[in-house]
Ligand binder design. Structure first.
Ligand code: UDP
Length: 342
Protein backbone atom coordinates (compact mmCIF):
# COMPACT_ATOMS: atom_id res chain seq x y z
CA UNK A 1 0.00 0.00 0.00
CA UNK A 2 1.28 3.50 -0.76
CA UNK A 3 1.72 5.90 2.08
CA UNK A 4 -0.70 8.19 0.30
CA UNK A 5 -3.35 5.67 1.22
CA UNK A 6 -2.37 5.65 4.87
CA UNK A 7 -3.21 8.27 7.37
CA UNK A 8 0.00 9.81 8.64
CA UNK A 9 0.88 12.80 10.74
CA UNK A 10 3.74 14.38 8.84
CA UNK A 11 5.02 13.52 5.41
CA UNK A 12 8.22 11.46 5.34
CA UNK A 13 11.11 13.34 3.75
CA UNK A 14 12.89 11.82 0.78
CA UNK A 15 16.23 13.08 -0.53
CA UNK A 16 16.60 12.32 -4.23
CA UNK A 17 19.96 12.58 -5.97
CA UNK A 18 19.60 12.97 -9.73
CA UNK A 19 15.94 13.90 -9.32
CA UNK A 20 16.12 16.24 -12.33
CA UNK A 21 17.03 13.37 -14.68
CA UNK A 22 14.81 11.06 -16.69
CA UNK A 23 14.03 8.32 -14.17
CA UNK A 24 14.61 10.46 -11.09
CA UNK A 25 12.08 13.06 -12.21
CA UNK A 26 9.38 10.42 -12.71
CA UNK A 27 10.05 9.08 -9.21
CA UNK A 28 9.92 12.61 -7.79
CA UNK A 29 6.56 13.04 -9.50
CA UNK A 30 5.28 9.78 -7.97
CA UNK A 31 6.60 10.73 -4.53
CA UNK A 32 5.02 14.17 -4.75
CA UNK A 33 1.68 12.74 -5.84
CA UNK A 34 1.81 10.29 -2.92
CA UNK A 35 2.32 13.16 -0.47
CA UNK A 36 6.00 12.79 0.40
CA UNK A 37 8.21 15.80 1.01
CA UNK A 38 10.96 15.75 -1.61
CA UNK A 39 14.33 17.45 -1.87
CA UNK A 40 16.26 16.97 -5.11
CA UNK A 41 20.05 17.16 -5.18
CA UNK A 42 21.28 17.44 -8.76
CA UNK A 43 24.15 19.16 -10.53
CA UNK A 44 22.01 19.56 -13.67
CA UNK A 45 24.78 18.04 -15.82
CA UNK A 46 22.14 16.08 -17.72
CA UNK A 47 18.99 16.84 -15.74
CA UNK A 48 16.67 19.82 -16.08
CA UNK A 49 15.14 22.15 -13.54
CA UNK A 50 11.78 22.02 -15.35
CA UNK A 51 11.63 18.24 -14.83
CA UNK A 52 11.18 18.61 -11.06
CA UNK A 53 7.43 18.70 -10.60
CA UNK A 54 7.47 18.48 -6.79
CA UNK A 55 9.74 19.67 -3.99
CA UNK A 56 12.84 21.84 -3.97
CA UNK A 57 16.15 21.59 -5.75
CA UNK A 58 19.61 21.99 -4.30
CA UNK A 59 21.92 22.44 -7.24
CA UNK A 60 24.99 20.54 -6.14
CA UNK A 61 27.49 17.87 -6.95
CA UNK A 62 27.90 14.63 -5.02
CA UNK A 63 31.63 15.30 -4.99
CA UNK A 64 30.98 18.48 -2.98
CA UNK A 65 31.14 16.85 0.41
CA UNK A 66 30.58 20.05 2.37
CA UNK A 67 27.38 20.94 0.53
CA UNK A 68 26.15 17.34 0.61
CA UNK A 69 26.69 17.04 4.37
CA UNK A 70 25.06 20.36 5.09
CA UNK A 71 22.08 19.61 2.86
CA UNK A 72 21.50 16.20 4.43
CA UNK A 73 22.03 17.48 7.97
CA UNK A 74 19.51 20.30 7.41
CA UNK A 75 16.88 18.23 5.58
CA UNK A 76 17.21 15.13 7.78
CA UNK A 77 15.48 12.81 5.34
CA UNK A 78 13.88 9.51 6.28
CA UNK A 79 15.22 7.96 3.09
CA UNK A 80 17.68 8.61 0.28
CA UNK A 81 17.02 7.61 -3.32
CA UNK A 82 20.17 7.67 -5.39
CA UNK A 83 19.77 8.17 -9.15
CA UNK A 84 22.64 10.52 -9.98
CA UNK A 85 25.02 8.61 -12.25
CA UNK A 86 26.42 8.41 -15.74
CA UNK A 87 24.60 5.89 -17.92
CA UNK A 88 26.24 5.52 -21.30
CA UNK A 89 27.77 2.12 -21.90
CA UNK A 90 29.96 3.16 -24.83
CA UNK A 91 31.28 6.19 -23.04
CA UNK A 92 32.06 4.03 -20.01
CA UNK A 93 34.27 1.83 -22.16
CA UNK A 94 36.18 4.83 -23.46
CA UNK A 95 36.36 6.68 -20.13
CA UNK A 96 36.20 4.06 -17.37
CA UNK A 97 37.57 6.22 -14.59
CA UNK A 98 34.92 8.85 -15.21
CA UNK A 99 32.34 6.14 -14.48
CA UNK A 100 34.04 4.66 -11.45
CA UNK A 101 34.50 8.15 -10.02
CA UNK A 102 30.93 9.30 -10.48
CA UNK A 103 29.02 6.06 -10.12
CA UNK A 104 31.06 4.21 -7.51
CA UNK A 105 33.20 6.73 -5.65
CA UNK A 106 30.38 9.25 -5.34
CA UNK A 107 28.05 6.49 -4.15
CA UNK A 108 30.65 5.70 -1.47
CA UNK A 109 30.83 9.35 -0.41
CA UNK A 110 27.07 9.57 -0.32
CA UNK A 111 26.88 6.44 1.84
CA UNK A 112 29.48 7.80 4.25
CA UNK A 113 27.41 10.94 4.66
CA UNK A 114 24.18 8.97 4.94
CA UNK A 115 25.69 7.00 7.82
CA UNK A 116 27.07 10.11 9.47
CA UNK A 117 23.60 11.69 9.48
CA UNK A 118 22.07 8.31 10.40
CA UNK A 119 19.54 7.98 7.59
CA UNK A 120 18.09 4.48 7.86
CA UNK A 121 16.77 3.79 4.33
CA UNK A 122 18.44 3.86 0.94
CA UNK A 123 17.11 3.02 -2.51
CA UNK A 124 19.64 2.50 -5.25
CA UNK A 125 19.28 2.70 -9.05
CA UNK A 126 21.00 -0.37 -10.40
CA UNK A 127 20.84 -1.91 -13.82
CA UNK A 128 20.48 -5.12 -15.77
CA UNK A 129 23.97 -4.30 -17.08
CA UNK A 130 25.30 -5.97 -13.90
CA UNK A 131 24.38 -9.33 -15.50
CA UNK A 132 26.46 -8.83 -18.65
CA UNK A 133 25.52 -11.40 -21.27
CA UNK A 134 23.57 -14.04 -19.34
CA UNK A 135 23.38 -17.57 -20.71
CA UNK A 136 19.72 -18.02 -19.93
CA UNK A 137 16.79 -15.64 -19.75
CA UNK A 138 14.78 -14.39 -18.02
CA UNK A 139 17.43 -13.51 -15.46
CA UNK A 140 16.64 -13.84 -11.77
CA UNK A 141 18.31 -11.84 -9.04
CA UNK A 142 20.46 -14.95 -8.43
CA UNK A 143 21.91 -14.93 -11.93
CA UNK A 144 25.69 -14.37 -11.55
CA UNK A 145 26.87 -10.79 -11.91
CA UNK A 146 29.31 -10.59 -14.80
CA UNK A 147 29.21 -7.05 -16.16
CA UNK A 148 30.98 -6.62 -19.47
CA UNK A 149 31.55 -2.87 -19.35
CA UNK A 150 32.64 -0.27 -16.77
CA UNK A 151 29.09 1.09 -16.52
CA UNK A 152 27.75 -2.26 -15.31
CA UNK A 153 30.80 -2.83 -13.13
CA UNK A 154 30.51 0.61 -11.52
CA UNK A 155 26.92 -0.19 -10.51
CA UNK A 156 27.80 -3.69 -9.34
CA UNK A 157 30.48 -2.24 -7.06
CA UNK A 158 27.98 0.20 -5.58
CA UNK A 159 25.63 -2.69 -4.89
CA UNK A 160 28.48 -4.41 -3.09
CA UNK A 161 29.15 -1.32 -0.96
CA UNK A 162 25.51 -1.37 0.07
CA UNK A 163 25.47 -5.08 0.85
CA UNK A 164 28.62 -4.88 2.96
CA UNK A 165 27.41 -1.83 4.82
CA UNK A 166 23.95 -3.27 5.52
CA UNK A 167 25.55 -6.46 6.80
CA UNK A 168 27.14 -4.62 9.72
CA UNK A 169 24.73 -1.74 10.34
CA UNK A 170 21.55 -3.03 11.94
CA UNK A 171 19.81 0.33 11.53
CA UNK A 172 20.54 0.63 7.81
CA UNK A 173 18.56 -1.11 5.08
CA UNK A 174 18.52 -0.68 1.35
CA UNK A 175 16.74 -1.78 -1.78
CA UNK A 176 18.65 -2.01 -5.06
CA UNK A 177 16.48 -2.01 -8.16
CA UNK A 178 17.98 -3.46 -11.33
CA UNK A 179 16.36 -1.64 -14.21
CA UNK A 180 15.87 -3.27 -17.59
CA UNK A 181 15.12 -1.08 -20.65
CA UNK A 182 13.34 1.96 -19.30
CA UNK A 183 11.25 3.86 -21.83
CA UNK A 184 8.17 6.03 -22.27
CA UNK A 185 7.16 9.27 -20.62
CA UNK A 186 4.68 10.86 -18.27
CA UNK A 187 1.16 10.18 -19.58
CA UNK A 188 0.43 13.94 -19.40
CA UNK A 189 3.66 14.59 -21.32
CA UNK A 190 5.11 17.01 -18.75
CA UNK A 191 8.39 15.12 -18.40
CA UNK A 192 10.34 12.49 -20.31
CA UNK A 193 13.75 11.63 -21.64
CA UNK A 194 15.63 14.78 -22.64
CA UNK A 195 19.26 13.79 -23.13
CA UNK A 196 21.22 15.24 -25.97
CA UNK A 197 22.50 12.49 -28.31
CA UNK A 198 20.32 9.78 -26.81
CA UNK A 199 21.51 6.34 -27.86
CA UNK A 200 18.55 4.22 -26.78
CA UNK A 201 16.52 2.41 -29.41
CA UNK A 202 13.06 3.86 -28.83
CA UNK A 203 14.35 7.42 -28.55
CA UNK A 204 16.54 7.01 -31.65
CA UNK A 205 13.62 5.57 -33.62
CA UNK A 206 11.32 8.42 -32.62
CA UNK A 207 13.91 11.10 -33.36
CA UNK A 208 14.37 9.47 -36.76
CA UNK A 209 10.58 9.58 -37.30
CA UNK A 210 10.77 13.24 -36.35
CA UNK A 211 13.43 13.88 -38.97
CA UNK A 212 16.26 14.55 -36.52
CA UNK A 213 18.25 11.66 -37.98
CA UNK A 214 18.20 10.50 -41.58
CA UNK A 215 17.91 6.83 -40.70
CA UNK A 216 17.75 4.33 -37.88
CA UNK A 217 20.37 1.63 -37.82
CA UNK A 218 19.52 -1.87 -36.59
CA UNK A 219 22.65 -3.12 -34.87
CA UNK A 220 22.89 -6.79 -35.79
CA UNK A 221 20.43 -9.01 -37.67
CA UNK A 222 22.24 -12.32 -37.16
CA UNK A 223 21.51 -12.94 -33.48
CA UNK A 224 20.10 -16.34 -32.44
CA UNK A 225 16.61 -14.88 -31.95
CA UNK A 226 13.46 -15.50 -34.02
CA UNK A 227 13.98 -12.47 -36.30
CA UNK A 228 17.74 -12.15 -35.85
CA UNK A 229 17.64 -8.91 -33.82
CA UNK A 230 18.17 -8.38 -30.08
CA UNK A 231 15.38 -8.79 -27.58
CA UNK A 232 14.92 -6.45 -24.62
CA UNK A 233 12.43 -6.03 -21.79
CA UNK A 234 11.02 -2.49 -22.14
CA UNK A 235 9.47 -1.10 -18.95
CA UNK A 236 7.44 2.10 -18.76
CA UNK A 237 9.13 4.71 -16.59
CA UNK A 238 6.01 5.24 -14.45
CA UNK A 239 5.86 1.52 -13.60
CA UNK A 240 9.51 1.77 -12.62
CA UNK A 241 8.71 4.84 -10.50
CA UNK A 242 6.02 2.82 -8.72
CA UNK A 243 8.60 0.12 -7.96
CA UNK A 244 10.53 2.78 -5.98
CA UNK A 245 7.44 3.67 -4.00
CA UNK A 246 6.70 0.08 -3.04
CA UNK A 247 10.38 -0.38 -2.15
CA UNK A 248 10.14 2.65 0.11
CA UNK A 249 6.98 1.31 1.75
CA UNK A 250 8.82 -1.96 2.35
CA UNK A 251 11.76 -0.25 4.06
CA UNK A 252 9.60 2.11 6.10
CA UNK A 253 7.51 -0.81 7.28
CA UNK A 254 10.67 -2.37 8.71
CA UNK A 255 11.55 -4.65 5.80
CA UNK A 256 15.10 -5.85 5.27
CA UNK A 257 17.58 -5.15 2.49
CA UNK A 258 16.58 -6.51 -0.90
CA UNK A 259 17.54 -6.59 -4.55
CA UNK A 260 14.89 -6.71 -7.26
CA UNK A 261 14.76 -6.90 -11.04
CA UNK A 262 12.50 -4.31 -12.64
CA UNK A 263 11.10 -5.40 -15.98
CA UNK A 264 7.94 -7.05 -17.25
CA UNK A 265 9.38 -10.51 -17.83
CA UNK A 266 9.07 -10.60 -21.60
CA UNK A 267 10.70 -8.77 -24.44
CA UNK A 268 10.47 -7.35 -27.93
CA UNK A 269 12.98 -7.56 -30.74
CA UNK A 270 14.53 -4.50 -32.34
CA UNK A 271 12.44 -5.14 -35.45
CA UNK A 272 9.24 -5.34 -33.39
CA UNK A 273 10.08 -2.03 -31.72
CA UNK A 274 10.77 -0.43 -35.10
CA UNK A 275 7.44 -1.67 -36.46
CA UNK A 276 5.59 -0.33 -33.44
CA UNK A 277 7.39 3.02 -33.75
CA UNK A 278 6.26 3.20 -37.39
CA UNK A 279 2.69 2.37 -36.41
CA UNK A 280 2.52 4.88 -33.54
CA UNK A 281 4.15 7.74 -35.44
CA UNK A 282 2.59 6.98 -38.80
CA UNK A 283 6.03 7.64 -40.30
CA UNK A 284 7.72 5.17 -42.59
CA UNK A 285 11.22 6.26 -41.58
CA UNK A 286 14.35 4.79 -43.10
CA UNK A 287 15.88 1.78 -41.40
CA UNK A 288 19.29 0.34 -42.27
CA UNK A 289 20.66 -3.04 -41.23
CA UNK A 290 24.06 -2.50 -39.65
CA UNK A 291 26.71 -4.68 -37.97
CA UNK A 292 26.32 -5.75 -34.36
CA UNK A 293 27.08 -3.17 -31.68
CA UNK A 294 29.84 -4.40 -29.41
CA UNK A 295 28.77 -5.86 -26.09
CA UNK A 296 25.06 -6.33 -26.83
CA UNK A 297 23.62 -9.55 -25.39
CA UNK A 298 21.21 -11.29 -27.81
CA UNK A 299 18.34 -11.29 -25.36
CA UNK A 300 17.85 -9.78 -21.93
CA UNK A 301 14.58 -10.06 -20.03
CA UNK A 302 13.78 -9.86 -16.34
CA UNK A 303 12.34 -12.48 -14.10
CA UNK A 304 10.41 -9.96 -11.99
CA UNK A 305 8.38 -12.38 -9.91
CA UNK A 306 10.31 -11.45 -6.79
CA UNK A 307 9.28 -7.78 -6.66
CA UNK A 308 5.71 -8.70 -7.57
CA UNK A 309 5.56 -11.32 -4.82
CA UNK A 310 7.50 -9.60 -2.04
CA UNK A 311 6.45 -5.98 -2.58
CA UNK A 312 3.15 -6.42 -4.39
CA UNK A 313 4.40 -4.40 -7.37
CA UNK A 314 1.75 -4.36 -10.08
CA UNK A 315 2.80 -2.77 -13.36
CA UNK A 316 0.10 -0.85 -15.22
CA UNK A 317 1.68 -0.09 -18.58
CA UNK A 318 2.96 -3.40 -19.91
CA UNK A 319 2.04 -2.38 -23.45
CA UNK A 320 4.68 -1.48 -26.04
CA UNK A 321 2.24 0.63 -28.01
CA UNK A 322 1.42 2.76 -24.96
CA UNK A 323 5.10 3.08 -24.04
CA UNK A 324 6.00 4.31 -27.52
CA UNK A 325 2.92 6.53 -27.70
CA UNK A 326 3.92 8.40 -24.52
CA UNK A 327 7.53 8.67 -25.72
CA UNK A 328 6.36 10.01 -29.10
CA UNK A 329 4.02 12.62 -27.62
CA UNK A 330 6.79 13.66 -25.26
CA UNK A 331 9.27 13.90 -28.13
CA UNK A 332 6.96 16.42 -29.81
CA UNK A 333 6.64 18.47 -26.60
CA UNK A 334 10.42 18.41 -26.18
CA UNK A 335 11.00 19.60 -29.69
CA UNK A 336 8.57 22.51 -29.19
CA UNK A 337 10.28 23.34 -25.89
CA UNK A 338 13.70 23.46 -27.59
CA UNK A 339 12.29 25.56 -30.43
CA UNK A 340 10.86 28.10 -27.97
CA UNK A 341 14.18 28.32 -26.12
CA UNK A 342 16.37 28.67 -29.20
N1 UDP B 1 19.70 -0.59 -31.08
C1 UDP B 1 19.67 -0.48 -32.46
N2 UDP B 1 19.78 0.76 -33.03
C2 UDP B 1 19.90 1.90 -32.28
C3 UDP B 1 19.93 1.78 -30.87
C4 UDP B 1 19.82 0.52 -30.30
O1 UDP B 1 19.56 -1.48 -33.18
O2 UDP B 1 20.02 2.99 -32.86
C5 UDP B 1 19.57 -1.91 -30.47
C6 UDP B 1 20.75 -2.29 -29.57
O3 UDP B 1 21.77 -2.86 -30.34
C7 UDP B 1 20.09 -3.26 -28.61
C8 UDP B 1 18.66 -2.74 -28.48
O4 UDP B 1 18.46 -1.90 -29.61
O5 UDP B 1 20.04 -4.53 -29.17
C9 UDP B 1 18.44 -1.92 -27.22
O6 UDP B 1 19.50 -0.99 -27.13
P1 UDP B 1 19.44 0.28 -26.18
O7 UDP B 1 20.67 1.11 -26.43
O8 UDP B 1 18.10 0.94 -26.31
O9 UDP B 1 19.46 -0.34 -24.70
P2 UDP B 1 20.46 -1.40 -24.02
O10 UDP B 1 19.76 -2.71 -24.10
O11 UDP B 1 21.77 -1.35 -24.74
O12 UDP B 1 20.55 -0.90 -22.63
Amino acid sequence: MNLSQNSRKSAPRIFVTGGAGYIGSHVVKALGEAGYEVLVYDNLSSGNRWAILYGDLVEGDLADRVLLEKTLADFRPDAVMHFAAFIEVNESVRQPLKYYRNNTLNALKLLETVRQVEIPYFIFSSTAAVYGTPETIPVTEQTPLQPINPYGASKMMSERLLADLAAVESNFNYVALRYFNVAGADSRFRIGQAYENATHLITRALKTAHGEYAKLQIFGTDYPTPDGTCIRDYIHVDDLAEAHLVALDHLMAGGGSEIFNCGYGHGYSVREVVEMARKVTGMDFTVEEAPRREGDPAALTADSRRIRRKLGWQPRYDDLEFIIHTAWEWEKVLKAKKYRNS
